[in-house]
Design a protein around this ligand. Structure first.
Ligand SMILES: *[C@@H]1O[C@H](CO)[C@@H](O)[C@H](O)[C@H]1NC(C)=O
Ligand SMILES: *[C@@H]1O[C@H](CO)[C@@H](O)[C@H](O)[C@H]1NC(C)=O
Ligand SMILES: *[C@@H]1O[C@H](CO)[C@@H](O)[C@H](O)[C@H]1NC(C)=O
Length: 439
């Protein structure tokens, strides 16, 4: 996909600028047709054990889940699906029973002042359909399975900006009423935008008897999911330190390390603070998955680089490389099978409030908005860094295309944030759930 971006600049920092999007092949289906040649007796003697073997292979070796990699999944389309007759309020049209999080509920769900117009109802009418026959291994999503995953195998720690915060909010709705969320935003306290948020197992959940709580798991203390707001992967001091180790991007117009930041505030945390959270033992924590996303704040207002976006982008490459190395070294002490998933950053739309249905193909930007026409490139770069590093516990999930096709799914305030309950963010959750069945 091209967004009409200009590839002509050159950088003294290595060559980052070719990102083939890979088309991976699929495992061939096993040769069942040959079975027809056998006679009935042979069938008993050979086909039965053979079927059992194939079933075993299918389940454990050629898991059908492996047929739906992120690029395959993302090549699908949004299909119209009528709402159930019983869908009256924003929760039921969104497929939720409620939301555990109390933070900016009306903004997240796009029902400011309780308004639930046709536009908003329409936005919950679309379902992501991965390419037919290529994702048959995807089990239909069930919140019961997700709750079991989070309790028994381990929780999800979200590290990222406000869009990751939206993912956390969406999860609090998907899992409602089986989880409770902290903090309570209606208790009269004013919370900073970066205040840590957690989901815990609701001790009243009807599913409690079906769950095997790990030894040491404490319902009141062990989070199932947590979001920590981290806009730039690192703290500002980390980034300044990294910058000092690099040759100048443009020796004739070098940015001093003290001048890499611009005027816009960001919420930052060092990996030296959030990795210990990820790795902490029970009962304090039981995370298995770190879900990371970044790019939106790598902008010309957050950063003060003298050579604008090309320099920010080159620095992003260095930062993601340093980050992957750091994560890999933290994982050396892991004995619990922890995994790291980087979700591709979602792109904004132009003129979103005037578009009332999904696109069938990605529309290139007509104008320069923030760093939006660079986001593809940021995503591809992060993906290449992870691919080249080839660490078995770190993967990149390139699943931004479904969101790119949903100009109708934004919040009222802007055309980047996504309305919870329109299937976009819920799709990330269900895809991650599918991905984890094999990872
Ligand atoms: C809702 O969707 C229908 C069918 O696509 C369309 O005709 C209608 O204009 C939409 N309504 C709004 C308010 O966008
Ligand atoms: C609101 O809850 C937080 C903990 O989540 C607590 O620290 C704070 O004191 C509470 N505020 C009030 C007014 O109860
Ligand atoms: C669980 O149920 C009890 C009794 O109905 C109630 O007092 C309590 O608030 C509930 N807790 C939660 C987290 O919903």
């Amino acid at each position: 996909m091209q967004t009409g971006r200009n590839d002509s600049f050159t950088s003294p920092w290595k060559s980052y600028f070719t990102f083939p999007r890979s088309d991976r092949g699929y495992l061939p289906l096993y040769p069942l047709k040959q079975a027809r040649r056998f006679k009935v007796k042979t069938l008993l003697f050979f086909l039965v054990p053979l079927s059992l073997l194939l079933l075993y292979l299918r389940t454990y070796v050629f898991s059908p889940g492996s047929l739906c990699d992120p690029h395959v999944y993302s090549a699908g389309e949004w299909v119209f699906s009528p709402l159930p007759d019983t869908a009256q309020d924003v929760f039921s049209i969104s497929g939720f029973e409620g939301c555990a999080s109390s933070r900016e509920v009306e903004w997240h769900l796009r029902v400011e002042g309780g308004q639930l117009g046709e536009y908003r109802r329409n936005a919950s009418r679309w379902v992501w359909q991965p390419p037919k026959n290529k994702c048959r291994g995807m089990k239909p999503f069930a919140k019961e399975d997700l709750l079991k995953e989070l309790v028994e195998r381990g929780g999800w720690l979200f590290i990222g900006d406000s869009v990751s915060g939206e993912h956390f909010f969406s999860l609090s709705c998907t899992l409602y009423p089986h989880v409770i969320a902290t903090p309570n935003y209606n208790n009269g306290t004013t919370y900073d935008r970066g205040y840590p948020q957690n989901l815990y197992l609701n001790p009243n959940s009807s599913l409690l008897p079906s769950l095997n709580l790990p030894v040491g798991f404490d319902i009141a203390k062990t989070p199932l999911a947590t979001w920590r707001r981290v806009d730039l992967l690192f703290s500002r001091d980390d980034l300044i330190g990294l910058h000092k180790t690099l040759p100048p991007f443009d020796p004739t117009n070098a940015t001093p390390s003290s001048g890499i930041f611009g005027t816009q505030r960001s919420w930052d945390l060092s990996p030296s603070e959030y990795l210990p959270i990820f790795m902490a033992p029970l009962p304090e924590a039981h995370y298995r998955i770190l879900i990371v996303s970044t790019a939106g704040h790598w902008s010309e207002t957050t950063f003060g680089f003298r050579n604008g976006l090309p320099e920010i982008f080159a620095f992003f490459n260095e930062a993601t490389r340093a980050w992957v190395k750091l994560i890999a070294s933290a994982l050396k002490s892991d004995t619990e099978g922890r995994r790291v998933l980087v979700r591709s950053y979602t792109l904004g739309h132009e003129n979103c409030q005037n578009i009332n249905m999904p696109y069938t193909e990605i529309h290139p930007y007509q104008q320069k908005w923030y760093n939006w026409n660079w986001l593809d490139r940021f995503n591809d770069a992060f993906e290449m860094v992870i691919k080249n590093f080839a660490h078995p516990q770190i993967r990149f999930l390139s699943i931004d295309r479904p969101a790119q096709l949903r100009p109708d799914a934004h919040t009222t305030s802007d055309c980047l944030h996504i309305t919870v309950g329109t299937g976009v963010i819920e799709g990330w959750t269900s895809y991650i759930m599918h991905y984890l069945s094999n990872f």
